[in-house]
Design a protein around this ligand. Structure first.
Ligand SMILES: *Cc1c(COP(=O)(O)O)cnc(C)c1O
Length: 233
């Protein structure tokens, strides 16, 4: 068995364990193979192992890979998105995880209207308030959701967060719980055009804890593809 297939299956097995531990159905959790910086040959291997969801953080890289890989792949934009790049991915990717401003949402609306599509998105929350990270502050999330909800071609499906890098994943449990709680609060507002079905949280270091706290999408890169080397890219 190939190493990547083995890695992929170990992650699936861990997802199952985390679901069992928290009384959840593994079918509620989607594994996104985060393939940024990795060559298409490696993506193909993980595709062969069964993955149909891949995550990329750069528009150009995602578009290049789309052209070279099977068309039944669901592409997830998980990185910070510049407004001038929106037009290249609207209608092409499954979900944009990283919407953190009304400005960006309005550009998605504009391009979606042009292409005559509805674009599913997640609102990215900056949970740990680290200055280097993108995402909107938790205290401003409700207001942003309500504004984006007015855009007819943009459909909010849930929330996304990137937790801090920690040695012990337990340190992030409270953050994941806060995001889950926020999604419940937003759901309870019954805002037209907004659902909170998706919680995109958990990466290689903390996806099991994230699942225990309600995650429905985990974004795993290193755990499947191995370490990334940015120097040779
Ligand atoms: C790179 C990246 C991941 C995957 O990180 P790993 O620690 O390698 O699993 C997940 N989410 C986002 C937004 C990323 O940029």
């Amino acid at each position: 068995m190939s190493l990547l297939k083995e890695n992929y299956e170990i992650v699936l097995e861990n997802i199952k364990k985390a679901c069992e531990k928290s009384g959840r159905d593994p079918k509620e959790v989607t594994l996104i193979a985060v393939s940024k910086t990795k060559p298409v040959e490696m993506l193909n291997e993980v595709y062969e192992a069964g993955s149909r969801d891949f995550g990329e953080n750069k528009v150009q890289e995602m578009c290049e890979k789309m052209e070279q890989l099977p068309s039944d792949i669901k592409w997830h934009m998980i990185g910070h998105l510049q407004t001038n790049k929106v037009k290249y991915i609207v209608g092409k990717c499954e979900l944009i995880h990283s919407v953190d401003s009304l400005h960006l949402a309005k550009e998605i609306e504009k391009q979606a209207q042009k292409a005559d599509v509805i674009v599913p998105i997640l609102v990215e929350i900056n949970i740990a308030n680290e200055e280097t990270k993108f995402g909107i502050d938790r205290s401003q999330a409700m207001e942003l959701v309500k504004e984006i909800a007015k855009l007819p071609h943009v459909q909010i499906k849930g929330l996304m967060t990137i937790a801090p890098y920690v040695e012990d994943s337990e340190e992030n449990r409270a953050y994941f719980h806060q995001i889950w709680q926020l999604s419940v609060d937003i759901k309870n507002e019954n805002i037209h055009n907004v659902s909170m079905d998706i919680l995109s949280m958990g990466m290689t270091g903390d996806y099991m804890v994230a699942i225990e706290e309600g995650s429905t999408m985990v974004r795993v890169g290193t755990g499947i593809f191995g370490e990334r080397n940015y120097n040779i890219h």
